[in-house]
Design a binder for this molecule. Structure first.
Ligand SMILES: *Cc1c(COP(=O)(O)O)cnc(C)c1O
Length: 427
């Protein structure tokens, strides 16, 4: 397998076909149809264990918004991770598997309905992202609620990711402007709220570990200022997620060992310098846990060839059902599943939605004999794909099929036409 985006269980069978966890992709397509999302359970568990092993003593909270269903919540619970949820819906999935409330965190920008659901569940910590949210939570909570303030460090991502982070982002309280210190004072003024610490989320996919070091330093600086001005010692530092993963051959991941080493080192030295106790460290990887575990399996609908030999391959899947990479500016790799001795040629792979934008890969190599009905696999599509698929043109969202020890099992069934019509309740 030529890129780091494949799940651990992906193999090339002796005849050249791809299998995952001992199940051939052709067998999965025959049983479940296409497009289908194939999830390697062992890969998810392996990523969880890698984090736990690399960061002993650190709380690893899976960011459920990357992809959540009951089975995944159960694996996360069994591997000892915490769960960061973003809504009452994600919380309902957690509840369905009795995910321990003491290991559950509600992320910020929650609606009043989300806050109520989280309070009912007894979510251990809630992240507040705005003054309105602080007031709302203080008014709603029937008991002492542990809270973290979302802060925005002065870390500037490359221009192509600037919309997603940086000091001027819409989420979080700016450290530089003093808004973060102000939010801390506000939370401390509410007797219903216990401020445990501060949290940040860096740009999606920073490969620069120095961004995490800068963020940790700035946040610890505010913790020292809070101690000096109020006498309150904050005990928790949450560095969020956003760890880069390989999407295409040659891509790097964040480098877990060096991430762990550098983050711990900068926290230790900064705490010594500021005479702060070393806080409880929390990180919240989403994509780094699930992205590599999932393959999108599609069938070729049509093949056209240009005069210069370029192929235009249209799939029964689309960017609409698989928007994750597009959103984060990463790429998709596309692999033919059927073994072929034909030479490879350059291909543009498009989704079924005719719009110009539905191009999954502008330039990949596919066997020159690729034909309608062939299967293709898009590895590394676990995060922000199914969870963000909106259902454009009412094609229905694809099923999610787990594979383990040679056995497939459906986790989420295909969205049917009757599912779609159920919501259409008026004339
Ligand atoms: C999205 C998000 C994460 C996880 O990001 P990944 O890139 O999936 O690791 C963590 N925390 C917050 C607040 C987020 O918004």
């Amino acid at each position: 397998m030529d890129s780091g985006a494949w799940p651990c269980g992906a193999r090339e069978e002796p005849d050249g076909e791809i299998s995952v966890a001992g199940v051939r992709l052709s067998a999965l397509a025959a049983a479940y149809g296409t497009p289908a999302l194939i999830l390697d359970e062992s890969d998810v568990r392996y990523r969880c264990r890698s984090y736990v092993a690399a960061l002993p003593g650190t709380e690893i909270a899976y960011a459920g918004k990357a992809f959540l269903c009951r089975a995944v919540a159960q694996w996360i619970a069994a591997e000892g991770l915490s769960l960061a949820v973003s809504s009452a819906g994600e919380l309902a999935v957690a509840q369905a598997v009795n995910f321990p409330s003491e290991r559950t965190i509600l992320l910020g920008n929650a609606t009043p309905a989300d806050l109520r659901a989280a309070l009912r569940y007894g979510v251990d910590r809630m992240v507040v992202d705005s003054t309105a949210e602080i007031l709302r939570l203080a008014a709603l909570t029937p008991r002492l609620q542990r809270v973290l303030v979302q802060v925005t460090p002065d870390v500037h991502p490359p221009a192509d990711r600037a919309a997603m982070a940086g000091d001027d982002q819409r989420s979080g309280f700016s450290l530089r402007s003093g808004a973060a210190a102000d939010a801390v004072r506000r939370v401390l003024s509410h007797p219903e709220l216990t401020l445990t610490g501060l949290r940040c989320q860096l740009a999606a996919l920073p490969t620069e570990l120095s961004d995490y070091e800068t963020a940790a330093r700035e946040i610890l600086g505010l913790m020292a200022a809070v101690r000096d001005h109020t006498g309150v010692t904050l005990t928790e530092l949450n560095l969020g997620g956003g760890h880069a993963v390989p999407y295409l051959a040659g891509d790097d991941d964040v480098g877990l060992a060096s991430f762990a080493d550098r983050v711990r080192r900068v926290i230790a030295s900064q705490c010594a310098q500021l005479r702060l106790p070393v806080p409880h460290l929390v990180i919240e990887p989403g994509r780094a846990i699930v992205n590599r575990a999932m393959i999108t399996l599609c069938r070729v609908l049509a093949v056209k060839r240009s005069a210069v030999g370029r192929m235009f391959v249209t799939l029964d899947g689309s960017l609409i059902e698989t928007p994750g990479q597009e959103l984060y500016g990463a790429g998709y790799s596309v692999h033919a599943v059927r073994p072929s001795n034909a030479p490879s040629g350059p291909a543009t792979v498009a989704g079924r939605h005719g719009e110009a934008g539905d191009v999954l890969a502008a330039d990949v190599a596919l066997p020159a004999d690729v034909r309608p009905g062939d299967l293709v696999a898009l590895p590394g599509t676990g995060a922000y794909n199914h969870s963000m698929a909106p259902g454009y043109t009412l094609v229905g969202r694809p099923p999610v099929i787990a594979v383990k020890n040679g056995e497939p099992r459906a986790l989420i069934r295909k969205e049917t036409i009757s599912d779609l019509l159920v919501r259409d309740i008026g004339l």
